[in-house]
Design a binder for this molecule. Structure first.
Ligand code: ADP
Length: 403
């Protein structure tokens, strides 16, 4: 089966063509500057096929972008398919499914309307996702089934005690203001892989998954179901991130807005774009730069790293408490997969809850799924590369096969 996975943003569109049964990636790439000057990237994964890197392609709208993707995929010389009919289905990443979607769904007019109703919850992302879906329908027609896979869906199993904010209840009832959580596709993927690595059924294990990238979130997954997660109504909550503040006293906003006369827009820009480890360090949002600066003795870079690792550790402890124990802690995404010394710092001192110091040799390995637990650890510590596109392709295939 060939599934085209699309992640559409307002002026960009990432794509991958995958076989969900084997996990084989056939091609991937990126359309950028849609509606501006159109840059197209195509990376076929088959031997002998040439890549295209940031070539100029006119893409006034997302429809031309999708057309460019299809043209590249079926190109006589460098394509990986012989015709468009070899695309069995399209899977779309959709950011916000609100309370309407607890799992992936086949796209219909009704589903499109329900996604649109979630637009106020993700005003930057959902409209762009819908444009991507409409562009695919315009180019591929309605014979090729399309599926929506939501970032929020996996977290819909959270109980009210975990998702309700302690603000007047009417804002939940009337406005659906609550914790939703994001990165759900990644948390689901790595938790399933973790259960497989433990040789257990996902229904029998308690897992804490740490998705630590530019954006970071942690989820508590009990018996295969998410019971809590750090992101909230928006992806600004929880851990400090590359440039996002994460959790803090909401009173800080009033204090700074009064003192400096910031508008709400300016304040939100500070919290989303100028805070996190970048704001604390004044160096970078990238942990590689932070570690290099800290090694040179930069105090603020070290402090930023320390705050991040401390917060991760606090959430690990609190989620173990929430679940009444934990069998495995999973690290994934850019920082989680590539930061061995950060993994040490994030798990240090957790012997009291059964996490032994990490196995230095295993923790130094890169690239694949690794069990980095130290000797005698009751809690397994696993590094698992995430693959959201494969999860989207697998969901899409499952839905389409059942049609
Ligand atoms: P996104 O959230 O944009 O998908 P990624 O999951 O790709 O981000 O993570 C990107 C981040 O991963 C970078 O900003 C960087 O901080 C971190 N990272 C990547 N490689 C390393 C490394 N070798 N050591 C430490 N951190 C790394």
């Amino acid at each position: 089966m060939n599934i085209l996975v699309i992640n559409a943003g307002s002026s960009s569109l990432k794509y991958q063509l995958l076989d969900p049964d084997t996990g084989v990636l056939l091609a991937k790439g990126l359309c950028e500057r849609i509606g501006i000057d159109g840059k197209f990237t195509y990376k076929p994964q088959l031997e002998g096929k040439a890549a295209q890197n940031a070539v100029d392609v006119a893409m006034p709208t997302h429809s031309e972008a999708i057309q460019a993707v299809l043209n590249a995929l079926i190109d006589a010389e460098n394509g990986v398919l012989s015709s468009m009919s070899e695309i069995d289905a399209v899977g779309h990443r959709v950011v916000h499914g609100g309370e309407a979607f607890a799992s992936s769904v086949l796209l219909t007019d009704e589903v499109m309307k329900a996604i649109e109703q979630c637009n106020p919850l993700a005003p930057l992302h959902n409209p762009a996702n819908l444009i991507g879906i409409n562009a695919c329908t315009a180019v591929l027609g309605d014979k090729v089934p399309q599926v929506a896979v939501f970032d929020t869906a996996f977290h819909q199993t959270m109980p009210a005690v975990a998702y309700t904010y302690a603000i007047p209840y009417e804002y939940y009832e009337n406005d659906k203001v609550r914790r939703y959580g994001f990165h759900g596709t990644s948390h689901r993927f790595v938790s399933q892989r973790a259960a497989a690595m433990l040789g257990k059924d996902p229904a029998d294990v308690k897992i804490i998954t740490c998705h630590l990238g530019n954006g970071s979130s942690i989820a508590a997954i009990k018996n295969g179901k998410c019971v809590d997660t750090t992101m909230g109504l928006t992806p600004l909550a929880g851990l400090p991130m590359g440039t996002r503040a994460g959790d803090m006293d909401a009173g800080v906003m009033e204090f700074l807005m009064n003192k400096y006369g910031f508008s709400m827009k300016e304040m939100m820009n500070i919290l989303n774009k100028k805070s996190g480890v970048s704001g604390v360090s004044g160096v970078s949002s990238d942990f590689r730069d932070l570690e290099a600066a800290a090694n040179q003795g930069n105090f603020r870079a070290q402090l930023a790293i320390d705050i991040f690792c401390y917060d991760v550790k606090k959430y690990i402890g609190s989620y173990a408490a929430a679940m009444g124990g934990v069998d495995a802690i999973v690290f994934t995404a850019g920082v989680g997969e590539n930061g061995p010394s950060l993994r040490v710092a994030m798990t240090e001192g957790l012997e009291f809850m059964g996490v032994a110091p990490l196995n230095a040799e295993e923790n130094g390995k890169r690239g694949d799924e690794v069990d980095v637990s130290g000797e005698g650890s009751k809690v397994r510590v696993l590094v698992i590369p995430t693959n959201e596109e494969l999860m989207i392709a697998m969901d899409t295939a499952e839905i389409v096969k059942a049609l």
